[in-house]
Design a protein around this ligand. Structure first.
Ligand code: NAI
Length: 336
């Protein structure tokens, strides 16, 4: 097996705990890997670096093309721009892919949920273009470009085709934001009609869409949406299958890919050793698929599925008492 070089950004909050667990599981699966560990966010500040997203972290991800990243905290209402938003924009990681599916052993309201959220990752309201026009009046600019809308729509259809998915639902609010959300619809329709007429295609206004998602998530397959709706809807989908501890994610661009869980730095449980590392481990599985190490990906999947089904070693969010590393150890034990 060729040796892979992978950038590891542990992040902050529960990041270092869950990334240590994910790293051990990936190594135990047999990956031949050199980790290049680099900071971002609060961890960079703690190391005395001036920039929360150091140039050498960005450069390493571009050089090695693949990173596994823990969450990083973003200050609310003030302070630096989100490291995640900066990272996605600077590396042009334009597609966030976030699968949420039912897991054996994880009790939820619905069975057979199998949804993939594909979120435009570089523009929309998360462009960070906010200003105080006059005292007491602020504006926040929602950016939509034909290039980015076409690119994410094509990505979604290609993803659906390659992964044997049947249907794409575009979630939008083009009844109100006729031009910006309207542009995503125009671009998605164009790609559907010209390039992928064999995939089923539907459009749904987001408010009705989320209601139907909680009523019957099994009717959905691939969801395509803009940046902010995608952020919100992916947490909703996480809730449908067992919470933020069990949903992975990836940020894909043409030059690099960064794999990270949907969850954040969870300050309420950071440092306690109780966070569920499964979401980042599952993100590691997506990463292994991306670097064509499918056998190892399957090995990890099968191991965590056994641990979940047995139900003996589960973290607190899944109703158990196990700590972060204990849960990782249980997965590793299944691979021996
Ligand atoms: P959060 O996802 O960190 O936490 C929400 C709730 O879920 C908390 O109760 C937390 O304890 C729980 N939770 C999250 N991950 C868990 C895990 N692995 N195991 C068990 N429980 C888990 O969301 P929140 O509190 O809104 O954000 C905290 C910080 O994280 C913010 O600064 C936010 O900006 C940042 N964030 C970073 C992300 C990233 O780096 N990709 C993504 C989302 C948020």
């Amino acid at each position: 097996m060729a040796k892979h070089t992978i950038v590891l950004v542990p992040g902050d909050g529960i990041g270092p705990e869950v990334s240590a667990a994910a790293r051990r599981v990936i190594e135990a699966a047999g990956l031949s890997v050199e980790w290049v560990e680099l900071p971002a966010g609060a961890a960079a500040v703690e190391q005395g670096l001036e920039n929360v997203l150091p140039q050498r972290t960005l450069a390493a991800i571009l050089a090695h093309k693949v990173a596994l990243k823990g969450p990083v905290t973003t200050p609310i209402g003030k302070g630096f721009q989100s490291v995640n938003v900066q990272l996605r924009k600077k590396l042009n990681l334009y597609a966030a892919v976030r699968p949420a599916h039912t897991l054996g052993g994880v009790k939820t309201r619905f069975d057979n949920v199998d949804i993939v959220v594909i979120r435009e990752n570089t523009e929309g309201l998360y462009s960070g273009l906010e200003q105080e026009v006059v005292p007491g009046v602020v504006t926040s600019l929602k950016v939509a470009t034909e290039v980015a809308c076409t690119r994410i729509a094509r990505f979604a259809f290609r993803y659906a085709t390659r992964n044997h998915r049947k249907k794409i639902t575009v979630l939008h609010k083009a009844n109100i934001m006729k031009m910006s959300d309207g542009l995503l619809l125009t671009c998605a329709r164009r790609i559907y009609e010209a390039e992928y007429p064999n995939i089923e295609y539907e459009e749904m206004i987001i408010d009705a869409g989320v209601m139907r998602l909680v009523q019957d998530p099994t009717r959905f397959d691939v969801l395509l949406t803009e940046n902010m709706y995608g952020d919100v809807v992916s947490d909703l989908c996480a809730g449908l299958v067992g919470g933020l501890g069990v949903v992975p994610g990836s940020n894909i661009g043409d030059d690099a890919a960064v794999f990270e869980a949907v969850h954040g730095s969870a300050p309420d449980i950071a440092g306690k050793g109780v966070a569920n590392p499964l979401a980042l481990i599952m993100s590691g599985v997506l990463m292994l698929q991306h670097i064509h190490e499918e056998t190892l990906a399957r090995r990890i999947e099968s191991a965590y599925q056994q641990v979940l089904l047995e139900g003996k070693t589960l973290t607190r969010d899944l109703g158990g008492q196990a700590g972060t590393q204990q849960f990782a150890d249980a997965i590793i034990a299944k691979m021996r």
